[in-house]
Design a protein around this ligand. Structure first.
Ligand code: SAH
Length: 280
């Protein structure tokens, strides 16, 4: 399989909007460097629509003034180059007090909870602010509550489910609507010897049990829709971490969670992203 690689340069203030747009257009993975964003799409992607969209954004930004600009290029990468260019963007990262995220080819770190993640085609290498915030909040809440059952909604690479299992949750369920993510998650779980994780293809309704902790790193509209489903699956006491909101979007999510019977416990901002911990 070949991939389209888009290299996009845009000012910081538009980067997050761009990332959200690209995700909605079927982007399989992104690497954020200081000066550019590299986004990968399958060779079956509708490249013309993506290109038109970027061109439109470029025109709009030019109209907004001389300080704003966007430029981009795209190239079709043959299969064999894909892994190498992907690997170059992945460096081990320490997160929270205990976690280190590293790809399979790096040496394990002594005294840390190693999360071994090869991204494959799924989102969640641990380098994104939202994933980082989820891990920090998971670690913080772990000591405060029961840790029998954990649910990860939109597991991507499986990173949060693997972290839950390694923290000590006895049973972990992970769901994702994207079959590529399900495959990537299963592969990563096998690299981590985390046998107690049950990965299911589907949305939250494919997990009908109740849980002590739920993570959902999605986007605000979906979190709002899922609020009642999250609430009914959460034990009393129990907590959920919600991520994927841009700063300014969180109040709507908090309102939806409160309507569903959950209250806000903590808010954590990282860059322009906001994550919430809610509970019964
Ligand atoms: N949990 C990972 C990945 C988050 S990316 C992390 O924190 O890094 C969001 C994931 O949610 C993607 O893999 C996407 O396929 C999945 N997803 C999108 N809509 C979904 C839905 N309605 N139900 C379940 N998963 C969904």
């Amino acid at each position: 399989m070949a991939f389209w690689e888009f290299t996009i340069r845009v000012g910081d203030i538009f980067k997050d909007t761009l990332i959200q747009r690209l995700s909605h257009e079927g982007c399989l993975g992104m690497i954020e460097n200081d000066d550019a964003l590299t986004a990968y799409f399958p060779d079956s992607a509708d490249v013309r629509t993506i290109t038109n969209d970027l061109q439109l954004l470029k025109m709009l930004l030019e109209k907004a003034g001389p300080d704003h600009s966007l430029c981009f290029s795209s190239v079709l990468i043959p299969d064999q180059d894909w892994n190498e260019s992907w690997k170059k963007g992945l460096q081990p990262a320490d997160i929270g007090k205990r976690f280190t995220i590293l790809p399979t080819w790096e040496k394990r770190r002594e005294g840390r909870i190693n999360l071994i993640i090869d991204p494959g085609m799924a989102f969640g290498t641990g380098h994104h602010e939202t994933t980082r915030s989820c891990l920090i909040l998971m670690e913080k809440f772990f000591d405060k509550q029961a840790h029998e059952r954990f649910l990860d909604v939109g597991t991507g690479t499986g990173i949060l489910a693997i972290a839950a299992s390694k923290l000590g949750y006895k049973e972990v369920v992970a769901v994702d609507t994207d079959p590529l993510a399900v495959d990537a998650a299963r592969r990563n779980i096998s690299h981590n010897d985390a046998a107690s994780i049950d990965v299911r293809e589907g949305g939250i309704t494919s997990a009908q049990e109740s849980f002590d902790f739920i993570t959902a790193n999605l986007f605000s509209e979906l979190l709002i829709m899922l609020a009642p489903e999250i609430s009914t699956r959460l034990n009393r006491p129990g907590n959920a971490v919600l991520a994927g909101m841009l700063s300014g979007q969180e109040q709507e999510v908090i309102d939806a969670m409160e309507n569903a019977g959950l209250h806000l416990v903590e808010k954590l901002a990282d860059g322009k992203w906001v994550s919430l911990a809610v509970g019964h």
